[in-house]
Design a protein around this ligand. Structure first.
Ligand code: PMV
Length: 269
């Protein structure tokens, strides 16, 4: 008999792309889950191809259904192998976040040596939204390869961006663990600028984000991004929730509230 399991999607708060090269990232499980029924059928609330880790949640569910008990280490290890088949050389941050849940500090030190630790969030995050800028024409693999190509051509430029991203990631950690006051919105904005200079944000997405900033809000892509058309979901923060809701409505943009720090993989009774 099969078992019923579920696994959450995730967002990357900071460190997408640089995480592939050994820089730290912070990822968080979200409140949407994929449910795998005993007969292998899958029901998912996680939007597909939007940088929300739907493929990793799928891999985690396959892995948990096979292992049949909540041995997180084994589930995660097998899920990574499944992800590798689909994506080439993923950092492993997606499957690890979907397995363990919460907020994770993640680092790929080497292909077979990844370190991570759950961050105890001592601060309640402000109300956040995910706004859909459209499905990217590129896959995560394409985007990772694009950055690899840029790094080959302009190594120093890319390393400098990665180092600045690491600084922002550390500031997010300090913010979450209440070691400094930091400004959440400014961290989102700084992160987005760095991702833009890496070239993983399309013109149409940049235009949307610029308008959000002009209204006093902040937004960043989350995940691999996209260059040609959409860049997937962007994480949005605005003090005035009504204002940002109206903006999305008036511009016919799909936007939904998101909760970070959800539970990891689970066996459902
Ligand atoms: O699959 P996505 O869109 O959430 O992106 C994953 C994050 C990357 O850093 C771009 C790739 C990786 O494997 O970490």
């Amino acid at each position: 008999m099969g078992i019923k399991v579920s696994a959450p999607g995730k967002i990357i708060l900071s460190g997408e792309h640089s995480v592939v090269y050994g820089y730290p990232a912070i990822a968080a499980a979200v409140n949407w889950r994929l449910v795998r029924l005993p007969d292998g059928k899958v029901e998912s609330k996680i939007p597909i191809g939007a940088g929300l880790g739907s493929s990793a949640a799928y891999a985690v569910s396959v892995s948990a259904a096979k292992i049949k008990k909540l041995d997180l280490e084994r589930i995660n290890r097998l899920a990574y192998q499944i992800e590798k088949k689909n994506h080439g050389s993923p950092s492993g941050v997606d499957n690890t976040t979907s397995t363990y849940g919460g907020f994770l500090w993640y680092r790929k030190e080497a292909e077979n040596f990844k370190t991570f630790k759950q961050i105890e969030a001592k601060r309640k995050l402000p109300k956040l939204f995910l706004l859909n800028t459209g499905r990217p024409t590129e896959s995560t693999k394409d985007m990772v390869e694009y950055v690899a190509g840029l790094r080959k051509k302009r190594g120093l430029y890319v390393e400098k961006i990665f180092r600045k991203i690491e600084k922002v990631t550390r500031s997010f950690l300090n913010y979450l663990s209440k070691e400094s006051n930091g400004n959440f919105g400014h961290l989102i904005r700084d992160n987005e600028r760095l991702l833009e200079s890496l070239g993983v944000v399309s013109e149409s997405t940049k235009a949307i984000i610029e308008r959000i900033e002009k209204m006093g809000g902040y937004a960043k892509i989350t995940g691999a991004g996209g260059r040609e058309k959409g860049s997937g979901m962007v994480l949005v923060y605005h003090k005035d929730v009504e204002k940002i809701g109206l903006f999305a409505k008036e511009n016919n943009l799909n936007m939904m509230p998101v909760k970070l720090g959800g539970e990891g993989v689970r066996i459902e009774r």
